[in-house]
Design a binder for this molecule. Sequence first.
Ligand SMILES: Nc1ncnc2c1ncn2[C@@H]1O[C@H](COP(=O)(O)OP(=O)(O)OP(=O)(O)O)[C@@H](O)[C@H]1O
Length: 285
Amino acid sequence: MVQAEEVSRSFGSLKALDRVSLEVRPGEVFDLLGPNGAGKTTLVRILTGVLKPDGGRAWVAGLEVGREPHRVKARIGYATQEQSIYRDLTVEENLLFRARLYRPKEARPLVREVLERFGLLPYAHTLAGHLSGGWRQRLALAQAVVHRPEVLFLDEPTTGLDPLSRRSVWELIHQEAERGAAVLVTTHYMDEAERCHRLALLFGGRVLATGTPQELKALAKARARFLYAPGLSLREARGMPGVLEAWPSGAGVRLIARREAPLGGLEEVEPSLEDVFTLLTKEVL
Ligand SMILES: Nc1ncnc2c1ncn2[C@@H]1O[C@H](COP(=O)(O)OP(=O)(O)OP(=O)(O)O)[C@@H](O)[C@H]1O
């Protein structure tokens, strides 16, 4: 499991993380959701022992990160945006390299199992650098899990993938949680957050809210109204009283308005996580 307690980190005058607390439980897929620059990678780098925080403490797999970085590394899997795979080694060699680091005695059977489960067997002898982007991403995930870590950190594991590949990568991520791993994923695709058990909305280095997708939507519904106005122009919508945000949608306009806004006759719609995020960022701006 993962626990961050009031973790802060600045780069010069920029506060990349401001007292971030969160917990990821075994068997859970937890999403750190936020736009570019929110601080997601910085937090993952701190939790994996790559970067030191300025304040706060963090525990991963029962160990305090920072005190026992080497022991932590043996118990986690980490797939980064830069993809820590060697392009001039084959797929199998990449996996063997990782498995031998942490489970030398069982390396071969572990690699065999992961090659099969990830559909990588036909590419076992292909150079990693010759794989398409989607298969390279899959290999990055496979090498993060080959030693069966208790905790898994995946930094934007589906960036650049087509919808079908994204689906299959999510299926593999959930398999790891079912095995009992605590999985921390970072994304900036709002729709992908729906696939996680719980999520934290990160913005400007701060956690705006944490919960299941349903809990966050309920929180937003208690604070605002989510509406659809067919046939209305964006200009008209933005001029209406109590409207916090409006944007074009099909032949009409989607609106987020204050609860008390006098907007009768408009269709109430279920908020998406993107709506929740839009509302919460409005509230901090
Ligand atoms: N080594 C560094 N030196 C200076 N500034 C940094 C450094 N690393 C990150 N930052 C800054 O900290 C902030 C948070 O960056 P971070 O990479 O954690 O965001 P992110 O949420 O992962 O964004 P993205 O989705 O673009 O990867 C950004 O403003 C970034 O420019």
